[in-house]
Write a protein that binds this ligand. Structure first.
Ligand code: NAD
Length: 320
């Protein structure tokens, strides 16, 4: 039986990944500061611990796992990353976790280690036009991410690649683009746009209004969680190191995302635009490389993913 370690197993993507690996027949150890908030973990073993602490990492990564998935990071949506108030924590916490984990993965000669980078590492200067952002993998340099979160991701990508070059560590790196779905944070300040909009629409009375940060013309693409995991598993099974985008190329404005959510909910609401932290003007996943290397790319329409997510969030909102 293959053994996997999932770091960040209490988080949104990590808890879904544990479930997926269990379905595939793995023995799984999960580790996180906290257990999953919205479901009971399916990990065979779950360790609550702080991966900034090298001693904790050593006790968790104590054997040559077949696969390690390093998803733990200090992160959140725009309300967390772009205000500037959390910059030092984001950089220090996530970099420390990665420094610890990659070193121990190398010492124990794990089979493969996956690192989740982010589209936030792409240069801001290529994402000023909402209709034509450039996020092809080779556009990363000259580097100019618009947040410290993005700079840390870029640093850690390079960290993992250097272990691959110098020590032959078998790494895989993906740049995730806005992953969403059920069991993701939807309230409290760390939620992302799809979850926040689903919550606002679920809370609003028909003919009422919802608030959106900025003019709503900023563009993004959003990838449903199941497709994200499919991409991760395909990358792990392939010989391609990456970095490669794992994202949807169905780019929409935030206003359009709100409209789709209202259609799904069957509600007709006004949109009030208010000031708020925004990030870049446009962003979309460029899927040329993933198609070439993995002969696959995500295809689920955004509306389908929003349906499943809205259903989950509206049940929770209306039961509280
Ligand atoms: P998440 O915040 O739900 O999960 C991250 C988990 O890491 C959390 O459960 C948190 O408790 C844990 N963690 C943080 N610090 C820790 C520490 N010191 N020790 C142990 N655990 C710690 O986020 P997610 O959406 O599941 O994202 C998973 C990974 O994917 C992250 O690395 C994130 O940067 C990356 N990513 C996510 C998205 C997205 O849209 N969700 C996009 C790009 C990249």
């Amino acid at each position: 039986m293959k053994k996997a370690l999932v770091a960040g197993a209490g988080g949104f993507i990590g808890s879904h990944l544990v479930r997926r690996l269990k379905k595939e027949g793995y023995w799984v150890r999960g580790v996180d500061l906290k257990k999953p908030e919205f479901s009971i973990t399916e990990a065979d073993e779950f360790i609550v611990g702080d991966l900034r602490d090298f001693g904790v990492c050593r006790s968790v990564l104590d054997q040559p796992f077949n696969e390690v998935y390093q998803l733990a990071a200090d992160m959140g949506g725009a309300g967390y990353i772009f205000t500037g108030e959390h910059d030092a924590d984001v950089m220090h916490n996530s970099a420390t976790i990665n420094l610890n984990m990659v070193d121990l993965a190398n010492k124990h000669k794990v089979g493969k280690i996956f690192y989740s980078s982010s589209a936030c590492m792409y240069p801001a200067y290529n994402q000023e036009d909402p209709d034509n952002p450039n996020c092809s993998e080779d556009s990363a340099y000259p580097a100019a991410p618009d947040s410290e979160y993005g700079w840390e991701k870029l640093f850690s990508e390079r960290l993992y690649l250097s272990y691959s070059r110098n020590y032959g560590l078998n790494v895989r790196i993906a740049r995730f683009h806005n992953i969403f779905g059920p069991e993701g944070t939807y309230v409290g300040g760390k939620e992302k746009a799809p979850a926040a909009i689903c919550r606002k629409v679920a809370e609003a009375k028909d003919k009422g209004f919802i608030e959106i940060w900025g003019d709503g013309n900023q563009t993004r693409s959003f990838l449903y969680i199941d497709e994200c995991l499919e991409g991760v598993r395909r990358l792990m099974e392939s010989d391609f190191i990456g970095p490669v985008n794992i994202g949807s190329d169905e780019m929409v404005s935030i206003n359009k995302l709100a409209q789709i959510t209202m259609e799904v909910a069957g509600k007709n609401l006004e949109i009030n635009h208010i000031p708020g932290p925004l990030g870049v003007r446009g962003r979309n996943s460029d899927n040329t490389l993933i198609k070439e290397k993995l002969d696959w790319s995500p295809s689920l329409p955004l509306k389908e993913g929003i349906k499943k997510t809205y259903e989950w969030i509206s049940l929770r909102v209306n039961n509280t």
